[in-house]
Design a protein around this ligand. Structure first.
Ligand code: G6P
Length: 605
């Protein structure tokens, strides 16, 4: 997956392209490139490997004139992160940027080779440029050439085409991958999302699956998958909500961790009015017999925590799966199921595909998303915003706890609607939930202690995380965060599973992080912790004051979280998971906000 941008502007376009790409770097940062057409119609490009800053430097030394252009930031799928594989890809009179995967590119390439056309890169994308250039050379117009190429493509794509001699033309197409058209005054824009276009315009038209479009400075013409000219609505987006700044913190992640009390407070104020749960019409938990939660990465783990809440609080059977497995295993669904796609970006390809698979088979589909303008928000029957505000750091922190906050509200509503709890019990749970932002504010004070422990973790080759019940998925999240940010191998296990294999890994060199709030499962988890210590394992215990006192001696270190939050404690325990990973990454000197090989929004399968 990658980020793409296109501009038909009225100024020098390269700086604008780079500014927009900065907002799309969350989609990948293996290489970046821009192509422009200048006033004389000359098409040219600049590309650079690595972060966008390398492209900016290149443009300083080797500027690219022109008021029309396309740009790209790449997350490598086919072919290494080299300049030859960087977009835009060019052949003859056309340059192309692409997000997605052209699945039949090998066949398309072989055919080109038989026509005597040799690819210069290892990418799937280049075949799009080669075929379009070939069609142009056969005498087709740009639109005919693009259409002839599009007709051959299989897979998922968002594409932008720029043509030599055509300073007032961009052609766009989407199938699977999202693409937004921005309307300016005498200017037109194209981008992978509205956030990229926010510096230029707040008027956005989303292309729908199978659409292709012709942009000129006068406007946009759109054709649907059947080739009929069509109209797509234009909406205004909230540009203010797309502001991006570090607010004095060294990293976006540190800022985003610290924002959690405020943003979770916003979530609760949005969905709770006094003792009343306020949800949009159409969510009838009494009418369903099953809930299916699907997501990827951290979003999936939020669903995994919520499974405990839906089952324990509401007695509602709950399936949870990673989207990439769910979508292909053809799970039976019924019209008494509620399907929930959980996604920060709302654009994750597998989660979107899972939603598309499920939405006609279930009673209702819900998108639990942080980006309100995203594809999942638009394609689900109902979008529930997670209101975390823009999250820039690739590793998710506040988006995770805000997802948990909305899921907690849903679980309470399910319990209420299914008559599993009375008013008094509901009020008690709501009190616990409302206490979470203040408890997290206290938990933020653990940052310094986590920094101390991080010096220890940073030396480790492997780290294990153990948790039980709803703390088990938090242990998984702790391990995921550490891997993502510090590149240290880490695994999360259900505490009770330890003796069924992972215990063989325990020795004096493997730190074991044990999550054990002083609750009904405490003694069981502590027994597992003792099994670790009996084998010379070194334990970092995360509990509350009562738990740390009851656990006795023998742990290498402990971190005390405040007591409270009831069954919503997993939200609290997420904080030391975030800080341990953050400080370990800082200690190791890795790129905290943009870890290697990752991207924030994964728009390919
Ligand atoms: C990527 C990110 C993860 C994120 C996952 C799901 O892998 O690196 O941090 O949890 O995608 O993203 P989503 O936007 O669907 O929540």
């Amino acid at each position: 997956m990658c980020g793409i941008i296109g501009i038909l502007g009225s100024h020098e376009v390269s700086p604008q392209l780079v500014e927009a790409l900065k907002r799309l770097e969350y989609r990948g940062y293996d290489s970046a490139g821009v192509a422009t057409v200048d006033a004389s119609g000359r098409l040219d490009r600049r590309r650079a490997v690595g972060k966008l800053v390398n492209l900016s430097d290149r443009l300083v030394h080797d500027p690219l004139p022109g008021h029309s252009g396309i740009g790209h930031t790449r997350w490598a799928t086919h072919g290494a992160a080299t300049e030859a594989n960087a977009h835009p890809h060019r052949f003859g009179r056309v340059a192309v940027v692409h997000n997605g995967i052209i699945e039949n590119f090998r066949d398309l390439r072989a055919e080109l080779e038989s026509l005597g056309i040799q690819p210069q890169s290892q990418t799937d994308t280049e075949t799009v440029a080669l075929w379009t250039g070939y069609h142009l050379d056969q005498g087709m117009t740009p639109l005919e050439a693009a259409r002839a190429t599009l007709a051959r493509l299989e897979g998922a794509f968002a594409l932008a085409f720029l043509f030599e001699g055509e300073p007032d033309l961009l052609i766009a197409a989407r199938k699977g991958s999202p693409l937004a058209v921005g309307h300016g005054t005498g200017e037109m824009f194209l981008g992978s999302d509205a956030v990229a276009l926010a510096p230029f315009t707040d008027r956005i038209t989303y292309l729908e699956d199978g659409d292709h479009a012709v942009l000129t400075r006068a406007g946009v013409q759109i054709w649907d998958a059947a080739g009929r000219q069509t109209h797509r609505a234009t909406a205004r987006i909230d540009v203010g909500a797309t502001a991006i700044d570090r607010g004095g913190y060294r990293h976006f992640m540190a800022k985003e961790i610290a924002e959690q009390p405020a943003v979770i407070g916003n979530v609760l104020n949005h969905y709770l009015k006094g003792d009343r749960i306020v949800l949009p019409e159409g969510l009838d938990f009494a009418a369903i017999d099953r809930i299916v939660l699907v997501g990827c990465g951290t979003a999936h783990l939020a669903g995994h925590v919520a499974k405990y809440w839906f089952e324990q609080l509401a007695g509602l059977p709950c399936d949870i799966d990673v989207a990439s497995e769910f979508r292909y295993r053809e799970p039976p669904l019924s019209d008494r199921s509620l399907f929930v796609a959980i996604s920060q970006s709302g654009e994750t390809a597998d989660t979107l595909a899972a939603l598309h698979y499920a939405r006609d088979k279930v009673a209702r589909s819900v998108g639990l998303v942080n980006v309100g303008t995203s594809a999942i928000a638009r394609d689900a029957d109902l979008a529930l915003p997670t209101l975390a505000g823009i999250e820039v750091s690739v590793a998710s922190s506040k988006a995770f706890t805000c997802q948990l906050a909305v899921l907690a509200v849903l679980a309470l509503e399910a319990a209420r609607a299914r008559c599993r709890i009375d008013d008094a019990a509901l009020a008690a749970h709501l009190r616990d939930l409302r206490a979470v932002p203040a408890l997290i504010a206290q938990a933020l004070a653990l940052s310094d202690e986590c920094r101390v422990q991080a010096d220890w973790l940073a030396q480790a080759r492997d780290v294990l995380y153990l948790g039980r019940g709803a703390l088990y998925p938090v242990a998984l999240e702790g391990a995921l965060k550490l891997k993502e940010l510090s590149y240290i191998h880490a695994e999360g296990y259900a505490s009770g599973e330890l003796k069924h294999g992972p215990i063989a890994l325990i020795d004096g060199d493997v730190p074991v992080v044990v999550l054990a709030p002083h609750d009904a499962l405490f003694d069981k988890t502590i027994s597992n912790m003792q099994e670790v210590m009996a084998r010379h394992g070194r334990v970092l215990l995360i509990s509350d004051a009562a738990g740390i006192a009851a656990a006795g001696d023998g742990v290498t270190a402990s971190l005390a979280l405040p007591q409270g939050g009831g069954i919503f404690q997993p939200m609290l325990y997420a904080v030391p998971m975030q800080y341990l990973a953050y400080h370990t990454a800082v200690a190791k000197g890795t790129d905290v906000d943009q870890p290697r090989n990752l991207a924030k929004s994964v728009t390919v399968e």
